[in-house]
Design a protein around this ligand. Structure first.
Ligand code: FMN
Length: 210
């Protein structure tokens, strides 16, 4: 996975062999009936694959239907297969994109459930956060709470933001943006920063941290 930037500041991604590609997990965190933020997960899935940037792995928390958190996975005596599989998918991902809708100024309980479930899997994992709302502010109030939780657990959250206001107008049900060039331009900046952090993490792999 690599990229080049022209002098005009337009980022172009180099297509490389599928076997060389890394996996980027996309956590679709809403489990609400009639949810809309899943559209953003589909958009990133399509974006990563169409531009041959990475293998996209949508982790849909609705499909997992996890019970309310009662203990961290590493301390569970008889963990559920779904929890083990979820941990494996996060571990195997070079980076993670989290789609976090805004619920009353915070992020959904379904997302907190899985942040708390894991530990080592999150540590130094590059994570990019896209916040979503159906109003004009794109869920921007969510960013501080999810950033804080991920910082506490030792994930490496990238500073780039991807707020999605008016999600129903911005994306259709298949994740197709109504203004593709504008959305793709923002996505390129967002993804580019995640890729930079993934590269940096890999360069530092094996070195002791402080
Ligand atoms: C319980 C609940 C609380 C919400 N609170 C806010 C809010 O504080 N600010 C906001 O802009 N939108 C708020 N919304 C609107 C959501 O951000 C919007 O419906 C978004 O699509 C939710 O994601 P979902 O459809 O994938 O569940 C709220 C929605 C729900 C269901």
């Amino acid at each position: 996975m690599s990229r080049i930037s022209s002098s005009l500041g337009v980022t172009t991604y180099l297509a490389i062999n599928l076997s060389d590609m890394k996996t980027i997990a996309i956590i679709s965190s809403s489990v609400r009936n009639g949810r809309n933020s899943h559209r953003v997960a589909l958009y990133f899935n399509n974006y990563l694959e169409e531009h041959k940037i990475a293998i996209a792995d949508i982790i849909d928390l609705e499909e997992y239907n996890f019970p309310l958190f009662d203990e961290r996975l590493r301390l569970q005596k008889d963990p559920a297969p779904g929890a083990l599989e979820f941990a494996k998918r996060i571990r195997n991902a070079a980076g993670v994109i989290i789609i976090a809708p805004e619920y009353n100024g915070g992020y959904p309980a379904s997302l907190k459930n899985v942040v708390d479930l894991l530990y080592d899997e999150w540590r130094k994992k590059p994570v990019a956060i896209s916040t979503v709302s159906d109003g004009p502010f794109g869920g921007t109030q969510v960013i501080t709470s999810i950033q804080f939780s991920l910082w506490k657990i030792g994930a490496w959250t990238v500073p780039a933001m991807f707020p999605v206001p008016r999600v129903l107008e911005t994306f259709d049900e298949q994740g197709r943006p109504s203004d593709r060039s504008a959305v793709d331009k923002r996505a390129a900046r967002f993804i580019n920063e995640l890729l930079w952090c993934i590269d940096a993490t890999e360069l530092m792999a094996g070195r002791p941290s402080s």
